[in-house]
Design a protein around this ligand. Structure first.
Ligand code: BGC
Length: 758
């Protein structure tokens, strides 16, 4: 059901999405209460609901100026602040809430937001890593634990999930999303929303979620954070928006807009994105928060001449809450009084904010999430560590395993655990780690020590440092390590060991916001260490801990075994050890390709064919003259300790009608010697369209666990809905014609069949 009201030319929709009803965001009783409140509110109090401050300089943004805290507290007492971010802990949130509820005229509770991205206290793998599990249920479970912990610490709202499709690993924020693919990204987006929000936002183990960054932030030119985006409506609708729509359909309570412009319009000022699509077409009933100061940033963008104009453009375009630009609190009431902004637009924004506060139960008890005893108990729950270990193992991707070097035998006499990340107890926590305790992760060294019998000697050598001095990634010199003094000891440890585990990759803070790089290879002296260790001992397993795909260069060709463990969270060391020793057979698959060279970026398996797809190499074909087009490890790639054989896929009919469905089946056999789990992937290609279509698009996957020698037929069902896209006519529909279907264990190695749609 959707009712769209128009104020001037602006659509203010009051809508009910399927999921929204389930979250209780819109219901007649609440709408009545909101009507009653709105009737009592002054314009200043209304604007206050749309005003969000950070409690202190925390993760991002400029530090507060002197007196900032005091001024903010005064405004809270006057009911001029609707939300605070970066306040956490049962006690602190209670105190902060008291300021509003005990002093302001209408006693409207504030909503407290925090970036709870991959855990609150207990950290799970960074989101990109988690997506490698291809396990929506596990991902949902991890978001629920994060929500449970955050809710017990007084947090009502997370700025997650980030659902930006990212195809350029230079962009440091690739770490925060689910990778390059639209289908996987949409499933993960919905899973995270369900995990954070559950079916009842007022429950004490759920918090409101936020789909961000709306939209196309992941398409920043040259992978440089905050940079310009210039994509077509076609790419916007077919690639960028589906995960956001999936989040909306899962009932996500809020959206965050994005720093970038698209085609000359900053997202924050885009009525097309926020009003027409989100609140209009999709009938989204929740609210949109700006990104940090993004309303004010429309000035340097060259889209608004001053903060007042920025406030006007943002509110009219549908940005409901102002995060830290202080534009609304300064100018919005005046703009309404001057007749430059229709008060109905403000009322609609306030209504949206209040809906979420009601749904969270804050009007029943503004302190319900701020319970110190529950906080203590929930944060100490041992089940959370066990869950984190489980998700971390599911996320690990085996990239190479020559000669069956892995799994290692536990009885091995001497293991050398080498590398800058081997004993690191902090980096596995990753960036955007909310309230994790610094240095609290299980290191790889500890994980290995705990896994082996007393008879195994575990030798440790750091070799080189990952970065210089302080981990200040705003300073480019952080990568200029020159200290080689630890290399001889590492070489000696490797030489005398039966097996070497070499932990290299990226520091926790090397990915995330503002962490773009032109070079995504091993930084510092890491490759020198890798070469020296491999020369000393060929039985070396390279364990990568990263927040992005890397270019592995020499290492890819020369290391016999490579494991991508990401920044794996609080239990990373145990999870990696589980995989190294075969207690867990890896089944993770890459959610984003590992390029051969940074010059290939941006890249995706779901590229277009071009008019000159050609053989490679070929001078007048669309290929590089100095390197193949394809990545080193493609999307969907990941090995197991066993092998899987795929039959040719079969389709149930050569042709289907618009209302029909097609079954695509293939038999998968475990052709190796161990039980293992395979992610069987289904891809489709629409050969001719009113707009050109990608050479492959993921349309389904199934995880199958098979004993050695066992085989199983896996069947996928496709309908016209699965083949739909945003056509040249501006419709979301499937077009008749010929299709290919592909089944395989990654996006490159597939077997194909075909059918047509009538
Ligand atoms: C980031 C958002 C984040 C916000 C609040 C911004 O700089 O882009 O993703 O939620 O800060 O910390």
């Amino acid at each position: 059901m959707q009712v769209v009201r128009f104020v001037g030319a602006v659509a203010l929709s009051v809508a009910v999405l399927p999921g929204a009803g389930a979250q209780g965001l819109v219901n007649p009783a609440t709408e009545k209460k909101i009507d009653a409140l709105l009737a009592q509110m002054t314009i200043e109090e209304k604007v206050g609901q749309l005003n969000q401050y950070s409690s202190a300089f925390d993760v991002t943004g400029p530090p507060p100026s002197a007196g900032y805290q005091k001024a903010m507290y005064d405004q809270i007492r006057q009911g001029l602040v609707g939300s605070v971010l970066n306040v956490t802990g049962a006690e602190a949130t209670r105190k902060m809430q008291q300021l509003a509820v005990e002093n302001s005229r209408l006693k409207i509770p504030m909503i407290f937001g925090l970036d709870v991205i991959h855990g609150y206290r207990t950290q799970f793998p960074v989101p990109l890593g988690e997506a490698a599990s291809w396990d929506p249920a596990a991902i949902e479970g991890s978001a629920r634990i994060a929500a449970t912990e955050a809710a017990a610490a007084g947090v009502h709202w997370t700025f997650a999930p980030m659902v930006d499709i990212a195809r350029d690993a230079r962009w440091g924020r690739i770490m925060e999303g689910a990778g390059e693919d639209v289908y996987l990204g949409s499933l993960v987006a919905a899973a995270r929303v369900r995990g954070f929000q559950g079916t009842d936002l007022s429950a004490l183990d759920t918090i409101a979620a936020c789909a961000k960054h709306y939209a196309a932030y992941g398409f920043a030119e040259a992978g440089r954070d905050y940079n310009t985006v210039d994509i077509s409506e076609h790419t916007l609708r077919n690639v960028v928006l589906p995960p956001f729509k999936a989040a909306a359909e899962a009932g996500v309570a809020t959206f965050m807009n994005s720093f970038n412009e698209i085609g000359g319009i900053p997202s924050t000022g885009s009525a097309h994105l926020q009003r027409d699509i989100l609140k209009g077409e999709w009938g989204f009933p929740g609210f949109v928060v700006s990104d940090w100061a993004s309303i004010g940033e429309m000035i340097p963008h060259g889209f608004a001449e001053n903060l007042e104009a920025a406030a006007q453009k943002a509110i009219v375009a549908g940005s409901d809450m102002d995060m830290e630009a202080r534009a609304y609190v300064a100018h919005l009431a005046g703009l309404v009084k001057a007749g430059k902004v229709d008060v109905k637009i403000v009322d609609d924004a306030v209504r949206r904010v209040l809906r979420v506060k009601f749904a969270l139960g804050l009007f029943d008890d503004p302190y319900r999430y701020s319970d110190a005893a529950r906080e203590k108990q929930v944060l100490a729950d041992p089940g959370h560590a066990a869950a984190s270990r489980d998700v971390a193992r599911k996320s690990i991707v085996l990239l190479k395993n020559e000669g069956g070097l892995l799994p290692l035998e536990k009885g091995v006499k001497t293991i050398a655990v080498i590398g800058p990340l081997a004993a690191d107890k902090d980096t596995p926590l990753g960036n955007w780690r909310a309230q994790a305790v610094a240095g609290s992760a299980v290191s790889l060294l500890e994980g290995i020590q705990a896994a082996v019998p007393a008879s195994t000697r575990v030798v440790h050598a750091e070799g080189v440092k990952l970065v210089t001095g302080q981990r200040n990634f705003m300073a480019r010199s952080v990568f200029n390590t020159t200290d080689r003094s630890g290399i001889p000891a590492a070489v000696e440890a490797a030489r005398t060991a039966d097996a070497v585990v070499l932990a290299v990759g990226e520091d926790a803070f090397q990915t995330g916001e503002g962490r773009s790089q032109v070079d995504i290879g091993f930084k510092g002296l890491q490759e020198e260490l890798i070469r020296a260790v491999l020369e000393a001992n060929k039985r070396t397993i390279v364990v990568l801990m990263t927040g992005r795909p890397l270019t592995l260069g020499w290492t890819a060709d020369n290391a016999p075994a490579i494991l991508e463990a990401w920044h794996g969270g609080s239990q990373a060391g145990h999870a990696i050890a589980d995989v190294l020793f075969g207690d867990y057979n890896p089944s993770g698959k890459l959610p984003a390709a590992f390029p051969r060279h940074v010059g290939q970026l941006p890249m995706t398996y779901a590229h277009k064919n071009t008019g000159r797809p050609g053989p490679e190499p070929g001078v007048t074909w669309s290929s590089y003259n100095d390197m193949p087009n394809d990545p080193l490890y493609p999307f969907g790639f990941g090995l197991s300790y066993t092998t899987f054989a795929y039959s040719e896929p079969k389709v149930s009919a050569p042709e289907i009608g618009r209302d029909g469905s097609l079954r695509v089946s293939a038999t998968i056999a475990n052709s190796g010697k161990r039980a293992g789990t395979e992610v069987v992937q289904l891809y489709v290609r629409d050969l001719v369209g009113s707009v050109t279509r990608p050479v492959k698009e993921l349309k389904g996957f199934q995880k199958v666990t098979l004993a050695p020698g066992e085989s199983r037929e896996v069947t996928f069902t496709l309908t016209a809905k699965d083949l739909a896209f945003y056509t040249a006519a501006g419709k979301w529909e499937a077009e008749p014609g010929a299709f290919k279907v592909f089944v395989g264990g990654n996006s490159r190695d597939v077997k194909e069949a075909g059918f047509s749609l009538k």
